[in-house]
Design a protein around this ligand. Sequence first.
Ligand code: PLP
Length: 394
Amino acid sequence: MSAERVQDKMNQHTRLDGSPIPFIDVAGQRRRLGSAIDDAVARVLTHCQFIQGPEVRALEADLAAFCGAKHVIGCSSGTDALLLVLMAWQVGPGDAVICPAFTFCATAEVVALLGATPVMADVEADTFNLDPASFERAIATAKQRGLKPKAVIPVDLFGLPADYDAIAAIAAAHGIKVLDDAAQAFGATYRGRKLGTLSDATATSFFPAKPLGCYGDGGAVFTDDDALAARVKSLRVHGENAGDKYDALHIGITGRLDSIQAAVLIEKLKIFPDEIVARQAVAARYAEGLAGVATTPRTGNESTSVWAQYTIRLEPGRRDALGAALKAQGIPTAIYYAKPLHRQAAYRAYPVAEGGMPVSDRLAEEVISLPMHAYLEPPVQDRIIEAVRRALAG
Ligand SMILES: Cc1ncc(COP(=O)(O)O)c(C=O)c1O
């Protein structure tokens, strides 16, 4: 295919004639990056250090400079980043780890994998994030069940940081650690500080659909704790003893980030600050365009979101019709999440905080996410806004 035809194919989403709009536009970003990623990948193909090559160390340094964390440890996925921290804290049977019920299953999966008990807490309707009051009740629930509350995993859902000051105060009062699941929110800020520096440890994901995504699986752990960083580095290579993988100090995993993914991320990180600004502009246009027809996400001045998703809320029973009407016009939508964790077969048996999960249950019936990415041009976004307004008026 000629260069013009490739370009034309990539550009087709910008047409306003009713042609399909992508939910996330990876091609738009590739257009902007030009040959930078191809060149970076080619360099790895030339030096052949595919595992733990120089790009991994360079990326870790770039990420540390970006967010201000003392240590950054690249990992094989966001799930492994969470797992490695819990392994380093020796979380296991008899321990409870508090998780919000309204999240992707990986948040609680890592707890269960280690034989510990995820205890679900409810979320706040306007931020979709962990409700500190329910978190406190979950600690009590864990203790009543004879479990030792060891950690909490607040999730920065859809790109917005959880309420870290409130969560840290409760965690400190009960002597439990805070592991920030920033899989959807790396790049966001809370009271002027970037995620990666707000908790005992932070985990993020570089899954391609994330605000900062690679071209495969990847993730990272962030911490200021020297001992934790050293242990996570060992655990990601089978628990190796000071760089000698044939002398295992701990039971670990294969949890490394590979050099090609690191090379991709180094290039993407260069344009990430710009992309965050662009995402915020898209979110602001949605908020303005949809005011009065749907409940748009809260935007406070305490935090900034990186808008992994733009998720609106409708009266229960209305979203299926909206999704169908938009689909007929080539506009994709997604439901994150139709079933909170405590409703899923794998997690149903785990304890929930006293008072139940009424907000998670309600959100599961109300939420619908619209196309969101840094390359959503105003005329295309207007088409989406108009279509939503028309469908909800009808
Ligand atoms: C909240 C949350 N936690 C953890 C993960 C896991 O990340 P990964 O897919 O990189 O393992 C995801 C990814 O979708 C997520 O959204």
